[in-house]
Design a protein around this ligand. Structure first.
Ligand SMILES: *Cc1c(COP(=O)(O)O)cnc(C)c1O
Length: 926
C-alpha cells in the first residue's frame, strides 16, 4: 500500500499528511499493551472487585433476567451489535423490524399511537418531552414537575431548561395544580416513592389550562395499570431497562418516548416507519428523516443522533419472547412480592407511607433508616435510604421470598408466615387504575414463544442485514472499525452487568478503577486536563462541553457571549447542541478547497467580537483533511475572547499523532463508539466523553445522587446515571489496554494509510473532492459523483444501492456535501477487503460509462434498478441486461452472495401515510 502511494514507510506518509504544527512529539503515556489472555485475567480481577448484591434500590433501575437466547443471539452477536444506523433500509430490514417491534410495544403499553426508536435514557426523554411542550405551547416557559418524579430526571430537566430560558417548577401536585401558566407538566407513574396515584383530575385540569401532560411511566407496571394514554397524557416517556436490559452501573438502556396524535412531527430522534419497495411490497425504513438535526441544524430542538438501538432491540425481543401473558405474569409476581413485603412489615409494626403501590414500598422508621439500610446490606441487600426516617424497598423480576425474609429481619420484624400473607393480602393497585385494555396483540408477540422459534426468528432477522460481520462498512464520519471479541467479553459478566448505578461506591471498586484509568488514558491521548464520561452519546458530550463554555463566560462576568461560530460543513448535531446550550449559531463558510474560509472567519469574528462564545470545529474536518490553519483558527477565536470547541468524533485520525488539548482547543467530545471500539449497535449505544482544559474543569457535569461523579458545584447532569453508559466502558478500556501506546499510534497511521490508498486507487474513476498537503487525505475521503450525475443521471443513491448487489454496505451519502460519497476504511480493513471494495467501485464506474456511451439504457440499467432481489431473478425478466449482470456482477459472488430482502424503497410515500407500529399481518402478500 505504501509502495502504491510512493512512501518509504508509515512515518514518511504521516509526516507528509499531518501538519507539523499539530504533531505531538511525545509518545502516549499508557501502560504497556496486554495480551488477550492477560487482558481477560485483568478484567476478571476487576470484576471480582465489584460486589454483587441484591438490588432493591429502585429509582428507575431494576434487576432483570435477560433471556439467554437474547443474550447470546442479540447482545453477544456481532450480526446485531456491529450494524450501522439503518439509513440504507434495503440492507437493514431485520433490525428495522426489531425496532418496529419495540415501537409497537411502547405504543401499546403506553396507550399512545406513536413511539420513536429509542432515546438515550429516561431523564433525557423527559427533557425531550419538556422541549416538545415548550415548542407546542408557544410563549409559555414554565414547566411543572411533580416532586415524586425521579430525582435524576428532575436534575437533567434543570440542566436542559436553564439555557433555554425555561423555568422548572417542582411542586407537590398531590393536592392539585398550583396557579400559573405552564407549558407542560411532568408526572411519574408509579411515583418515585412507590405510590400509584390517581392523577386523572390533575391531568384533565392541566390540559384544560393548555399545558401538555407528560407521564414518565414504568413499562412493566403498565401491563397491570391503566396506560397514561387512556387518562389523557399527551406524551409518555421512560426507560425500557427492566425489559431484559442489565443495569450495567447506569446504562446503556433504551429510553422511550410516545406521543398522542398530532404531536408526531415534533417527536425527536428516529422513527421506523412502514413504506413499500419498487414492487409494492411492504418494507421498513426510517420515517420523517427531515426532522433530524442533520437537516434542521440550528432550528432543531433536539440534538439526538446516536440513540440506544441495540438495547431497544433487546427490550422489544424480551416482549416478543414473553408475550403479553408472560409480561403480565412477571409484573404480577413483582407486585405480589411487594404486597407480601408490605404485609410483613405492617405485621411487624412498621408504618407504610403509601397503601397503593406497584413494586416499591416506602417504610417510615423514625431515626432508624440508616441502621435498617446497614442491616440489609449486611444481609447482601441494597435498600434505598430516602432520609433519616424513611427507607424504600423495590421488588423486581429477581426478587425471591428469601430476599423479603432478609428485609424483614433488617427492619427488625419477626418472620411472618409468608404463605399465609401471600394468600390473604389483597393487591395494592388502585381499582380505578387497573388496566382493562389489551396490548401486544400483534402476531409477532405470539409466534416466537418457544426457544426454537425465537432462535430462528433472531437468526432470520439478522440474516436480512449487512453488518460489519459480513462486509466492510465504508462510512465516512462514523468510524466503523473492529469491535474485538475480547473487548466485548466483560460486559455480560454479572459483576459488571448487575450493578445498580446508585449502589454504594465501595461495591463498585472494579468499575471505579476502569472509570478512573480510562479517564487517565483519554486525557493522555487528547492532552486535556479533565474529563467526564457521563455523556451517553457524542451529542450529549457536545451539549456538556458547550454548557461548560457558557458557565465559564458567565463566571467571568461575560454572559453576553452567546455567539457560536460553526463551519457550514459541520455535523448537524453541532448546531443543534449550540442552540440547546442557549447559543446563537453563526455559520462560517467553507472555501473551495474545503477548509474553513479564513477571510469569512475573520469577518465573523470581528462582527461578533464582543458576543463571541465559541467556535465549533471538527478536526480533521468533516471534509476528511487535516486543515493546516487550525492553530490560526484557535488563536483568532481566543484573541476575541471566545473558546474553541473541537469536535473529536474523528479522533481516529489523531490518536498518538496529535493532541487537541495541546494544539489550541479548550474542549472536545470523543465518541468511544467510533474511535474506541464500542460497537455501533445499529444506532446506539454510545459514549461521548467531554474533555476540557483546566479552566473549564469546574463546569463539567455532576450528578445529584453521586457527588463523586463530577466537580463540586459543577454543571448539573446531562444523563440519568452518574457515569452514563458505564456498562460498556470496559470495551473502550480493553481496547486501550490491548493496543498500548505504540499500537494505538500505529492504528492511526494505518487508518491514514488505508484512506490514502483507497483514495489513490479510486481517484482515476471518481474525483477526490478535497485533499490536504501533498494531495493526501486524512482518515477518510470524499468521492465527487456530481459530474457523472450531470452527464449520465446516475445518482449517489444508484451507486449506493448497486453496491448492495456487490455485497457491500454503502458509504456515507451526501454528507457533508450533497451528491458525494464519503469513505473511511479504518485500520481494521485488510488489503484484500479494501481491494475488493475498490474493484466493486471500479466496476460500477464501468457501468456508469456504459450509460454515458449509450451501450446501457439511461433509465433502465443495473444501477437504476439496484438492488436486485432473488424474487426479481425468479420472475419475468423485462430488463435489457442479463440476470447474471444483475446479481452476479463479480465472480467472487458465486460463493458468497448477499440477497437483499426488498427492492429499492420508496421513502416519500412512507412519510405521507405514517405507520410506525407493526402493520397488520394481512398487509403482507401471502
Ligand atoms: C458521530 C458524530 C457526532 C455525533 O455523535 P453521536 O454519538 O451520534 O451523538 C458529532 N460530530 C461528528 C463529526 C460525528 O461524526
Amino acid at each position: 500500500m505504501l509502495a502504491h502511494l510512493g512512501y518509504q514507510d508509515l512515518d514518511a506518509l504521516v509526516a507528509a499528511a499531518v501538519p507539523a504544527g499539530i504533531r505531538s512529539s511525545r509518545p502516549l503515556d499508557l501502560p504497556a499493551a496486554a495480551s488477550e489472555p492477560d487482558l481477560l485475567a485483568e478484567l476478571k480481577e476487576l470484576a471480582a472487585r465489584n460486589r454483587l448484591m441484591i438490588s432493591m434500590i429502585g429509582l428507575g433501575y431494576h434487576d432483570t433476567f435477560t433471556p439467554p437466547v437474547i443474550v447470546r443471539n442479540v447482545l453477544e452477536n456481532p450480526a446485531w451489535y456491529t450494524a450501522y444506523t439503518p439509513y440504507q433500509p434495503e440492507i437493514s430490514q431485520g433490525r428495522l423490524e426489531a425496532v418496529l417491534n419495540f415501537q409497537t410495544m411502547v405504543a401499546d403499553l403506553t396507550g399512545l399511537p406513536t413511539a420513536n426508536a429509542s432515546l438515550l435514557d429516561e431523564a433525557t426523554a423527559a427533557a425531550e418531552a419538556m422541549a416538545i411542550s415548550v415548542r407546542a405551547a408557544r410563549g409559555r416557559t414554565a414547566f411543572l414537575v411533580d416532586q415524586d418524579c425521579l430525582p435524576q430526571s428532575v436534575a437533567v430537566l434543570c440542566t436542559r431548561a436553564e439555557p433555554l430560558g425555561v423555568e422548572v417548577v417542582v411542586a407537590d401536585l398531590a393536592g392539585g395544580l398550583p396557579d400559573g401558566d405552564f407549558c407542560g407538566v411532568l408526572l411519574q407513574y408509579p411515583g418515585t416513592s412507590g405510590q400509584v396515584r390517581d392523577d386523572r383530575a390533575l391531568v384533565a385540569e392541566a390540559r384544560a389550562r393548555g399545558a401538555l401532560v407528560t407521564v414518565a411511566a414504568d413499562l412493566l407496571a403498565l401491563t397491570l395499570l391503566r396506560p397514561p394514554g387512556e387518562i389523557g397524557a399527551d406524551i409518555v416517556v421512560g426507560s425500557a431497562q427492566r425489559f431484559g436490559v442489565p443495569m450495567g452501573f447506569g446504562g446503556p438502556h433504551a429510553g422511550y418516548i410516545a406521543v398522542r396524535e398530532g404531536l408526531e412531527r415534533l417527536l425527536p430522534g428516529r422513527i421506523v416507519g412502514v413504506s413499500h419497495d419498487a414492487d409494492g411490497q411492504p418494507a421498513y425504513r426510517l420515517a420523517l428523516q427531515t426532522r433530524e438535526q442533520h437537516i434542521r441544524r440550528e432550528k432543531a430542538t433536539s440534538n439526538i443522533c446516536t440513540a440506544q438501538v441495540l438495547l431497544a432491540v433487546m427490550a422489544g425481543m424480551y416482549a416478543v419472547h414473553h408475550g403479553p401473558e408472560g409480561l403480565r405474569a412477571i409484573a404480577t409476581r413483582v407486585h405480589r412480592h411487594a404486597v407480601v413485603l408490605a404485609a410483613g412489615l405492617r405485621a411487624g409494626g412498621i408504618d407504610l407511607v403509601h397503601q397503593e403501590f406497584f413494586d416499591t414500598v416506602l417504610a417510615r422508621v423514625p431515626g432508624r433508616a440508616v441502621s435498617v439500610v446497614a442491616a440489609a446490606r449486611d444481609r447482601g441487600i441494597n435498600l434505598r435510604l430516602v432520609d433519616g426516617d424513611h427507607v424504600a424497598v423495590s421488588c423486581d423480576e429477581i426478587t425471591e421470598l428469601e430476599h423479603l425474609a432478609a428485609v424483614w429481619e433488617a427492619f427488625g420484624c419477626p418472620a411472618p408466615d409468608e404463605e399465609e400473607i401471600g394468600r390473604n393480602a389483597p393487591d395494592a393497585l388502585p381499582r380505578t387504575l387497573l388496566r382493562s385494555s389489551g396490548f401486544l396483540s400483534h402476531p409477532v408477540f405470539h409466534r416466537y414463544r418457544s426457544e426454537t422459534a425465537m432462535l430462528r426468528y433472531l437468526r432470520r432477522l439478522a440474516d436480512r442485514d449487512l453488518a460489519l460481520d459480513r462486509t466492510m462498512i465504508p462510512l465516512g464520519s462514523c468510524t466503523m472499525k473492529l469491535n474485538a471479541t475480547s473487548e466485548m467479553e466483560a460486559i455480560t459478566w454479572p459483576e459488571f452487568s448487575r450493578i445498580h448505578p446508585f449502589a454504594p461506591l465501595d461495591q463498585a471498586e472494579g468499575y471505579l478503577h476502569i472509570i478512573k484509568s480510562l479517564e487517565t488514558y483519554l486525557l493522555s491521548i487528547t492532552g486535556y486536563d479533565a474529563i467526564s464520561l457521563q455523556p451517553n452519546a457524542g451529542s450529549q458530550g457536545e451539549l456538556a462541553g458547550l454548557l461548560a463554555i457558557r458557565a465559564h463566560h458567565r463566571a467571568a462576568g461575560q454572559p453576553q457571549r452567546t455567539v457560536c461560530l460553526i463551519p457550514s460543513s459541520a455535523h448537524g448535531t453541532n448546531a443543534a447542541s449550540a442552540a440547546m446550550a442557549g447559543m446563537r449559531v453563526v455559520v462560517v463558510a467553507c472555501a473551495d478547497d474545503g477548509n474553513v474560509d479564513l477571510a469569512d472567519l475573520h469577518s465573523k469574528v470581528n462582527t461578533h467580537r464582543d458576543t463571541l462564545a465559541a467556535i465549533m470545529v471538527t478536526y480533521p474536518s468533516t471534509h476528511g483533511v487535516y486543515e493546516e490553519g487550525i492553530r490560526d483558527i484557535c488563536a483568532l477565536v481566543h484573541d476575541a475572547g471566545g473558546q474553541v470547541y473541537l469536535d473529536g468524533a474523528n479522533l481516529n485520525a489523531l490518536v498518538g499523532l496529535a493532541r487537541p488539548g495541546r494544539f489550541g482547543a479548550d474542549v472536545s467530545h470523543l465518541n468511544l463508539h467510533k474511535t474506541f471500539c464500542i460497537p455501533h449497535g445499529g444506532g446506539g449505544p454510545g459514549v461521548g466523553p467531554v474533555a476540557v482544559r483546566a479552566h473549564l474543569a469546574p463546569h463539567l457535569p455532576t450528578h445529584p445522587l453521586v457527588p463523586e461523579a463530577g466537580p463540586a458545584g459543577g454543571g448539573g447532569p446531562v444523563s440519568a446515571a452518574p457515569w452514563g453508559s458505564a456498562g460498556i466502558l470496559p470495551i473502550a478500556w480493553a481496547y486501550v489496554r490491548l493496543m498500548g501506546a505504540a499500537g494505538l499510534t500505529r492504528a492511526t497511521q494505518v487508518a491514514v494509510l488505508s484512506a490514502n490508498y483507497l483514495a489513490a486507487r479510486l481517484a482515476p474513476h471518481f474525483p477526490i473532492l478535497y485533499t490536504g498537503a501533498g494531495g493526501l487525505v486524512a482518515h477518510e475521503c470524499i468521492l465527487d459523483l456530481r459530474p457523472l450525475t450531470r452527464q449520465t443521471g446516475v445518482t449517489v443513491d444508484d451507486v449506493a444501492k448497486r453496491l448492495v448487489d456487490y455485497g457491500f454496505h454503502a458509504p456515507t451519502m451526501s454528507f457533508p456535501v450533497a451528491g458525494t460519497l464519503m469513505i473511511e476504511p479504518t485500520e481494521s480493513e485488510d488489503l484484500t477487503e479494501i481491494d475488493r471494495f475498490c474493484e466493486a467501485m471500479t466496476a460500477i464506474r464501468g457501468e456508469i460509462d456504459a450509460i454515458a456511451q449509450g451501450t446501457s439504457n439511461r433509465s433502465d440499467n443495473p444501477l437504476r434498478n439496484a438492488p436486485h432481489t432473488a424474487q426479481m431473478l425468479a420472475g419475468d425478466w423485462p430488463y435489457p441486461y442479463s440476470r447474471a449482470v444483475a446479481a452476479y456482477p463479480h465472480d467472487r459472488l458465486r460463493l458468497d452472495k448477499y440477497w437483499p430482502p426488498v427492492r429499492r424503497i420508496d421513502g416519500a410515500s412512507g412519510d405521507r401515510a405514517l405507520v410506525c407500529s407493526c402493520p397488520p399481518i394481512d398487509t403482507y402478500a401471502g
